[in-house]
Design a protein around this ligand. Sequence first.
Ligand SMILES: Cc1cc2nc3c(=O)[nH]c(=O)nc-3n(C[C@H](O)[C@H](O)[C@H](O)COP(=O)(O)OP(=O)(O)OC[C@H]3O[C@@H](n4cnc5c(N)ncnc54)[C@H](O)[C@@H]3O)c2cc1C
Length: 576
Amino acid sequence: SKCARAYDYIVVGGGTAGNAVAARLSQGLPQSSILVIEAGPAAPAELNINVPGKKGSTLGTKYDWNFTTVAQPHLKNRVIGVNRGKVLGGSSALNLMCYDRAAAAEYDMWEEVGNPGWNWDSMFAAMTKAENYTGGPAGSGTSGPIHAVVNRVVPAHQQPFIPAVSGNFDIPENDDSLQGHAIGVMFQPSSIDPTHYNRSYSANGYLPGAGPNLKIMTDTTVAKINFKAVGSRQRATSVTLQNGTTICARHEIVLSAGAVQSPNLLELSGIGQAPVLGAANITQLIDLPGVGENYQDHLRIQTSYQLKDEYTSFDMLKYNSTAVTAEMDKWLAGDVSLYDYTGSGFIFANWKQVNGGDDSQLKALAQAIVDNSTDVGHRKKLEQLNDPAIPQVEVIFSDGYTGVKGYPAAGSALFGKGFFTLIAGLMHPMSRGSVHISPADPLGKPTIDPRYLDNEYDVQALVDAVKFCRQVALAEPLRSVWVSEYEPGLDLVQTDAQWRDFVLNTTLSIYHPIGTTAMLPREDGGVVDPSLMVYGTTNLRIVDAGVFPVQISAHIQTAIYGIAERAAEMIIAAAQ
Ligand SMILES: Cc1cc2nc3c(=O)[nH]c(=O)nc-3n(C[C@H](O)[C@H](O)[C@H](O)COP(=O)(O)OP(=O)(O)OC[C@H]3O[C@@H](n4cnc5c(N)ncnc54)[C@H](O)[C@@H]3O)c2cc1C
């Protein structure tokens, strides 16, 4: 079909990775033309995105694709939200700004599973190239486009968190957790620009540094990628937009639509497994069974505590309209405000640290899964369990009520009270799921089935993680700041059966899907090779969270920026 326009490089998806790779290409290839196509709008002045304390307020809005899983049979048939950014900046505009890194050995595993050059050293260099960490330890990035800083608002009732953990558990205080040794209890930064105390994300971080050769189309959705056969491989020549327009690419197309939608776009373009394509009446161009498989995520579970009345929590902004106005005025004026707040207290621990020195039960459960699996990712998870330097559980000190049953209703006895929440994240669940186009409506919402908790390891791990949250809350001096456990309730949940039920009723995703276009050997279910090129194509790369081969024990944005930096270096080198 005819080209309405042509560019040297087309990046599909102006999200976290897409804007990063596009801006770097525009700088490194000043003679080339680069186009970013983003389905959502640009929203540079949107306070719900820019103000750190308004994090979460964009979920369910026009800036969110609002995907959901299919009913999860092992979570009592609950449907779990899969929120994804639909705005220039993608999910980096919606995320909760936690900014950290996993243990060095976890990035080295990417190389061990068949990706030469992808290891801690190369990823650390790439992640710090993306970074400008004010007040970070030696070795942090200081001139990259994404800002990081430890939040200047630390509520008084968070002060006892670190002493309670380091004083009562075998978990050391660690001031250096972004340098490859992740274990400990610590303050960690958020992706915030301390100049104005606003969210730092791919749209306001990378794009201002791009050259005039970068063009951005917003509110524009790509429907498919078109190919031309070159010998036994396929060359990506153009994209077709949802309105039927065709835009041509002279050199390469980069797919950065995220771990949910990049595999969908491959399928819509004829790349994927035969049954999925056949059911949607799509002609198969490349048989790639790994497309949309290997969906891995982090899971969350939490306990919440009602504070003594002398403490003021972030909850105030839920019920006190005078405080809302006053704090927003302070934020707008650049003064210290409650609206600066993001979480800064974290624990990253292995199972022995969580379970009083004994990790035998969880290891046996994991071993049983690996014994019945040929999956390379499962084998790596067992290796991770055996390495005490690799965290299995994260606990976030979250000020205010951020649980599942809801803040007390207006008029109820606890309305107007303050809370804090300990959110546990399970870092290496064993479950694997999938995301595919829906046969009935291939251009509509995808069918997402993460198969959460489909194995006993994940269930028991969540039980242990949430019991650990309570133990931390009960440890002094933290015990002295609260009056009662609001959720689940000290009296209501005590036995293992009750904890198990609480897990099945309240476990949620912590929004980190990865692996659905994995960088792995083709025979292991891989979709891209170590240069991020889709197998069977000559010039289609994927640059987003989908290429992670194995999940890491960290919030994933730093690794995604690192992948984008490395991808840009490869594409620029290939062009020169
Ligand atoms: C609510 C939430 C909280 C999170 N909290 C944290 C956190 O605190 N710390 C952290 O490190 N990580 C966090 N994450 C995870 C992290 O932000 C994301 O994993 C990451 O931003 C994903 O980057 P990406 O480039 O893979 O995809 P995205 O950033 O999602 O980018 C994909 C882009 O492609 C666009 N797109 C999709 N399909 C098309 C199409 N057909 N045509 C055109 N454009 C298209 C989308 O609109 C989007 O802009 C969170 C995520 C969410 C959703």
